[in-house]
Ligand binder design. Structure first.
Ligand code: BZD
Length: 808
């Protein structure tokens, strides 16, 4: 552990100086926001000092640099996390207390940058954390959106989207690097010249914007390595302020260039399963790719000159999903057009440098662009893609049987579209899925033709999460209980959590496990009361489903369970249940009508159930608005049941399943994504597993004879009544009925098999729910889950990437 302050006194002296320099006021005169800003600047300054040491050290040792390209990084708040990683959290908290301030209050003032939609963006952030912890010279490359993912407000049960102006108060962690800005061209046309008997390509008539980088330090646990996340902002390449137009009163047109350029980095697209066809999105993708490639090559040149043949020994470029798929073609463009390499030489360098992770198998989420749009916006990149595609076609042995089908499935250009997944695969030396089942599905279905050709390129890297952020920082009570038993080594090596296993026999320890959970539930209950006015009982079971809203994630199945319980509790005196609070949180893409209706249904059910004195001592429904990293850190530690109920085969991995497991929740889930590995590690007896498996879902699809009506007709008492309640007025008081949901289930024949899994789900829930009565047994299973969760540390995942993909 390096320490940046020798003692409290040194910290206080430095802090006072920064407050003064930054605000012009003394610490006593400064308000809370100024105090927060100054504290963050102080820590960021130290972080940057170490970052520059880390960089020099990597240069000296010729360490391979890993560039993680991701269009999203959902980093969350940094202050608390960096104090923890520097090992100075207690020192700073005590010093502030001495000064009459409160660290927790200051931490609360930090904006929570929502530069991502969900799992993919948060995974990228956990990977930065782990790369720094593992001492890898690993850098994030992404976008600096002026507006993050919308803020969600709930009005009459409905989701409303409000702009997230996270930058308006200033962001103390970032530094603008004007000196490293890069010009990026869009449009224009390709011209060919001959130079020394060689064709030389360039683009003329392009319009340019300036990509300006902002660097955010990434502090690794232990404080020894500090890396950087570089995010790009779009600005006009030249100031074209039209004074005459302005003087004529047309203010908007006077500054039109600025507005057009800035639009590129204005918003994060809020659709977590792809957003196709939007020109601005394509501009975003090219901007952060081209700027990132230019920036990493500049660093390389400074260290190794033009020794391009060894690029892949010194640099790894990892592409997080297909949004950075242009890394391959852009690197080709620079090597061919600017550095004068031959195609074959350049291609070998590119394919040895670039690697790719896929995050989805939903066919509608696979990114594709109309050739028209693409070639007009990026003519030279398109030309290079055409050539890659032509050579790919040529590589097939046309005498071999079935080559046409293999080619059709693997071609980059097909049906008037650029297929980004195929581009990513062809440009990469490694292709990985994010959980065992997901990788198997990639190999056997989505990417099977590629797998048949080059099986060795495929590998699995099951996702992971940061134990620092999601256990130590989110759950300090449990973390210190754990450390009191096994020491603090688990923060460095989460596999040490297994040393908790002997404590499963220690009744007093198990009681403390329950007591910390209760405290966390009380903390969440206070938050819920403050945010929504709803009172929830910390003594009830907290059953939690928090994630993006999506049909395949089946929040609908969960609320059907709640409706069914409600109906049985009010009509059948034999129904028994331990008091339970059903907690939901998550956003739906603004254009995703069905998902938004499910949110409205949950809130409408909550409105009825929570007001009904016949049941509201037993069950409560709670929707927590505006799910984001900061409130997630309050929710995971309070959960007892972790709802992971996607239709088998649909969830690539999931990561909230891991966060909840680490915090001692039991998984109520299907055998999907990383749930399978959770069960493998912790044992089926410690979770609540239900539902169709992937092969069973497949068989059903193959047979094609699933009929939602059959299930409904067979079960009028329960399923029939649940579905009926969608349209019979039971839940329509708040803002109307739910015909569209009913139609999705009955007329659209229940595409996500909600009705089919309903009974096994409710049964599995009730079994878990009744198990809770024996608190000692429950706490034992909870502790077992935590003890076995160390494998899900993103440190483990990153070491696998390092050893098996990046060779860093
Ligand atoms: O990625 C998610 C998957 O759905 C999860 O199963 C998986 O655990 C995580 C991490 O691997 N995918 C996303 O979160 N995807 C997006 O957020 C996204 C964003 C923009 C465009 C397309 C997808």
């Amino acid at each position: 552990m390096t320490t940046i302050f020798q003692d409290k006194e040194q910290f206080i002296d430095e802090y006072r100086l920064v407050v003064k320099a930054f605000t012009g006021k003394s610490f006593e005169e400064a308000g809370a926001t100024d105090r927060y800003q100054a504290l963050a600047r102080l820590i960021a300054g130290h972080a940057r000092d170490i970052a520059s040491e880390s960089f020099t050290e990597s240069s000296r040792k010729h360490k391979k640099r890993v560039y993680y390209f991701s269009i999203e990084f959902l980093i969350g708040r940094l202050l608390d996390n960096y104090l923890l990683n520097f090992g100075i959290r207690d020192l700073v908290a005590e010093a502030l207390a001495d000064m009459g301030a409160d660290l927790d209050e200051l931490c609360e003032l930090e904006p929570d940058p929502a530069l991502g939609n969900g799992g993919l963006g948060r995974l990228a952030a956990c990977f930065l954390d782990s790369m720094a912890h593992e001492g890898i010279a690993g850098y994030g490359n992404g976008m600096r959106y002026r507006y993050g993912l919308f803020k969600q407000e709930i009005v009459n049960g409905r989701q409303h989207e409000v702009a997230d102006e996270w930058l308006s108060g200033g962001y103390p962690w970032e530094v603008r690097r004007q000196d490293r800005a890069v010009r990026i061209g869009f449009g224009g046309h390709v011209v060919t010249r001959e130079k020394n008997g060689r064709q030389v390509y360039s683009v003329e008539g392009a319009s340019e914007v300036l990509a300006v980088p902002y660097d955010i330090p990434v502090v690794g646990f232990g404080g020894k390595t500090v890396n950087k996340l570089r995010v790009w902002s779009a600005e006009p390449a030249e100031e074209h302020f039209d004074l005459e137009t302005f003087n004529h009163g047309d203010y908007a047109r006077a500054d039109a260039d600025r507005a057009n350029a800035e639009a590129i980095s204005a918003i994060l697209y809020p659709n977590d399963q792809g957003e196709h066809g939007r020109l601005l999105r394509l501009k975003q993708e090219y901007l952060f790719v081209a700027a990132g490639i230019s920036s990493l090559l500049r660093t390389y040149r400074e260290e190794y000159g033009s020794d391009w043949a060894h690029l892949s020994d010194r640099v790894a470029i990892h592409t997080n999903d297909t949004h950075p798929a242009m890394c391959g073609p852009e690197l080709m463009r620079v090597l061919l057009d600017e550095e004068g390499l031959e195609w074959d030489e350049a291609w070998e360098i590119v394919t040895k440098t670039v690697s790719f992770t896929n995050h989805t198998i939903l066919p509608e989420a696979l990114e594709r662009w109309p050739i028209d749009t693409f070639s007009r916006l990026l003519p030279r990149i398109y030309q290079i893609i055409e050539e890659i595609n032509r050579r790919w076609a040529e590589s097939f042995d046309t005498a071999a049987e079935g080559w046409q089908e293999h080619f059709r499935n693997t071609a980059i250009l097909w049906d008037g579209e650029v297929r980004m997944a195929n581009l990513s695969v062809i440009c990469s030396h490694s292709i990985n899925g994010v959980a065992k089942l997901h990788t198997e599905i990639l190999e056997s279905t989505v990417l099977r033709d590629f797998y048949a050709l080059t099986p060795k390129k495929f590998n699995n890297k099951t996702n992971g999460i940061s134990p620092r952020r999601f256990l130590a920082e989110a759950n300090p009570g449990y973390a210190s209980l754990i450390s009191s038993a096994i020491g603090t080594g688990w923060l460095d090596d989460a596999s040490e959590l297994e040393r908790l296993l002997p404590f499963k026999q220690d009744a007093a320890f198990l009681e403390k496990v329950g007591a910390t959970k209760l405290e966390n539930k009380a903390r969440l209950a206070r938050y819920v009361k403050r945010e929504t006015g709803l009172v929830i009982d910390p003594a009830s079971i907290f059953d939690v489903q928090v994630k993006r809203f999506h049909a395949y994630k089946r929040q609908l199945l969960n609320v059907f369970k709640v409706i069914d319980l409600y109906q049985r509790l009010t009509t059948d005196p034999n129904t028994t249940i331990e008091p339970t609070t059903f907690i939901f949180s998550g956003k739906a893409a603004s254009s995703y009508t069905f998902a938004k209706e499910v949110i409205r249904l949950i809130n409408s059910v909550a409105d009825v159930v929570n007001k009904d004195p016949r049941v509201n001592e037993l069950i409560k429904v709670c929707f927590i608005p505006n799910f984001r990293v900061s409130n997630a850190q309050l929710i995971y530690p309070a959960a007892e049941i972790s709802e992971q109920i996607s239709t088998a085969g649909k969830e690539a991995s999931g990561t909230s399943n891991m966060k909840l497991m680490m915090n001692g929740a039991l998984t109520l889930g299907t055998l999907d994504g990383a749930n399978i590995e959770i069960v493998d590690l912790a044992g089926r007896e410690n979770e609540g597993i239900f539902g169709l498996t992937k092969p069973e879902v497949q068989e059903l699809k193959d047979k094609g004879n699933y009929l939602a009506w059959d299930l409904l007709n067979d079960d009028p008492e329960r399923l029939g009544r649940v579905v009926g309640s969608l349209t019979d007025g039971t839940f329509s008081k708040l803002s109307g009925g739910f015909e569209s949901i009913r139609n999705e289930v009955m007329i659209n024949n229940d595409p996500d098999l909600v009705l089919l899994d309903f009974h096994s789900y409710v049964d599995a829930f009730e079994k878990l729910n009744h198990d809770w009565a024996n608190r000692t047994l429950w706490n034992r299973r909870a502790l077992h889950n935590t003890a076995m969760s160390g494998w899900f540390s993103s440190d483990r995942t990153i070491r696998e990437y390092r050893d098996e993909i990046w060779g860093a």
